[in-house]
Design a protein around this ligand. Structure first.
Ligand code: SAH
Length: 509
């Protein structure tokens, strides 16, 4: 029983340029082997709806030993295919345009492993289009040539006839050609091309961090070095480059190049992300927190003697869910908690309880530990009582300490740990520390808290906030975060408009 290997183009970067076929395969395959140039967001998204997919990181970057690595990749694809797997070999752009996809196909054909090829949108066309440059245009270019600026170093002589290219009068699209650009320009001029021919370099084409430099054939390299552009760059040479002044569009979007943070704690985070991205923003998200349940024995033991407690305090929805799991395992339900008074730190936690048939006695106005203490101080049935405190590991001590000060005997039972899966929060912290974040959007007061938890109070104050309404604005100000702008209405559209306003003001200031 043999599997099948799909050689799939991931497109140039913008995940919206993935083909429908590629998306289907990513959602249903057993394994993904992705190139360094395939946008990692595409793989991350595939993983979200195909969680059991096995990932093979085969991203290779230039340098020596490249061909050996290619053999390793070929061998891996053959091996996975022979193991009966449905494999997506994901490659940047189109798999057969300077992608060595054909070499992989040859290896698979030779090994008798079935394969299919799914074309992708190649960077030479897409990066140009997103820079406002058509590769052909009536009256300006009747042909286009894709050419590599980085020939196999093992070759004795160039395979490219540059002077023939110079004479076509068509557009030249150069892949991998930043370093070799001066020599290529010389060769084209020697072949008769005007040194003043318009030329453009597009770095990270179709990504929100796209940058374009326009010059002439002979001045482009200096301009590229001056502007600090490096791989991946597509270079376009020809009259068509001039059309960019007229039909450039991507880089003119209202949020183009802006880094905007979307904070958690709203079910509409996806919609907001989409709205901001479609206006050109680079959207940074808080890494999803993973909830890792701890050993349930201490909680079960506490529940066995639950009647000893006067109060149960829940710090989060997770605490509620895990306590319920312990009840369920013991064949119990909400009635087991009958007679206990209940406090919750937040509204969402109280709602989770309500959904299970229990109304909390105390839900503070301020959704922090101090708020719970204030609310408890207004009651006369707290002092000297016994409290079961169901919390996350390493939760703040404010609440248990405060209760102890009030003469309570508090049993702290940690039931879970949150672990943020690393890289995401690091990247966000770095961007904040470097002052590269233009705005942070908050769609709720609890999102303010989540943001501070993720990056720390210090870094949280480094970028202006866009708030969805007055309550959220209060939370922003209370946290010491500069309030940039407040939305006119509590909707994703209004939040998006407010973000645009903030960015415009920053520009004109
Ligand atoms: N198969 C790919 C090309 C792989 S060769 C495709 O069809 O697009 C790698 C080169 O592609 C890079 O050196 C760069 O020249 C170009 N490239 C790929 N993605 C790019 C992007 N998003 N922006 C600019 N150039 C890109």
């Amino acid at each position: 029983m043999s599997g099948i290997v799909y050689l799939v183009g991931a497109g140039p970067g913008d995940p919206g340029l993935l083909t429908v076929r590629a998306q289907e395969l990513l959602a249903s395959c057993d394994a993904i082997a992705a190139d360094a140039l395939a946008n990692p967001d595409i793989v991350a998204a595939a993983r979200a709806y195909n969680p059991t997919v096995e990932l093979h990181d085969v991203g290779k970057r230039g340098g020596s030993g490249e061909s050996a690595r290619q053999e390793t990749i070929n061998a891996l694809l053959v091996e996975l295919g022979r193991a009966g797997k449905k494999v997506v070999r994901l490659k940047g752009g189109d798999p057969l345009v300077f992608g060595r996809g054909s070499e992989e196909a040859q290896a698979l054909a030779e090994a008798g492993v079935p394969f299919e090829i799914v074309p992708g949108v190649t960077a030479g066309v897409a990066a140009a289009a997103y820079a406002g440059i058509p590769v052909t245009h009536r009256g300006a270019a009747t042909s286009v040539t894709f050419v590599t600026g980085h020939e196999d170093p093992a070759k004795e002589e160039t395979q490219t006839d540059w002077s023939a290219l110079a004479r076509t009068g068509g557009t030249i699209v150069l892949y991998m050609g930043v370093k070799t650009l001066p020599r290529i320009a010389d060769a084209l001029v020697a072949g008769g091309m005007s040194p003043d021919t318009p030329a453009a370099a597009v770095q990270w084409g179709t990504y929100p961090r796209q940058r374009t430099v326009v010059a002439t054939l002979t001045t482009l390299h200096d301009a590229v070095v001056r502007e600090g552009l490096g791989a991946p760059v597509i270079t376009v040479i020809g009259k068509v480059v001039a059309l960019r002044d007229e039909i450039g569009w991507f880089e003119r979007q209202p949020l183009f190049g802006k880094r905007i943070v979307v904070t958690r704690a709203t079910s509409q985070a996806g919609a907001l992300r989409g709205a901001l991205a479609s206006l050109g923003a680079e959207v940074l998200e808080l890494p999803a927190l993973r909830v890792v349940p701890l050993d349930p024995a201490p909680l079960r033991e506490a529940l066995d003697r639950v009647t000893e407690y006067d109060w149960i305090v829940f710090t989060s929805q997770n605490a509620v869910a895990l306590l319920w799991e312990s009840l369920r395992v013991a064949g119990r339900d909400a009635r087991w908690l009958a007679g206990r008074r209940i406090a919750c730190v937040g509204r969402a936690t109280a709602d989770t309880l309500l959904a299970r048939g229990l109304a909390a006695d105390v839900v503070p106005d301020r959704f922090v530990a101090e708020g719970v203490l204030e609310a408890l101080d207004e009651r006369d049935d707290v002092r000297g009582t016994r409290v079961l405190y169901v919390a996350a590991e390493n939760a703040r001590d404010v609440l248990p300490d405060g209760l102890t000060e009030r003469g309570c005997r508090v049993d702290v039972v940690p039931v879970y740990r949150t672990s943020s899966d690393g890289a995401g929060s690091g990247a966000l912290r770095d961007a904040l520390a470097a002052g590269r974040v233009d705005a942070v959007t908050f769609a709720s007061a609890s999102a303010v808290r989540g943001f501070i938890e993720a990056v720390g109070a210090d870094l949280a104050r480094r970028a202006p906030a866009v708030s969805i309404g007055p309550v959220t604005s209060d939370a922003v100000k209370a946290a010491g975060i500069p309030l940039g702008v407040e939305a006119d209405a509590a909707s994703i559209d209004a939040l998006t408009d407010a973000t645009i306003r903030l960015v415009r003001e920053a520009k004109s200031a």
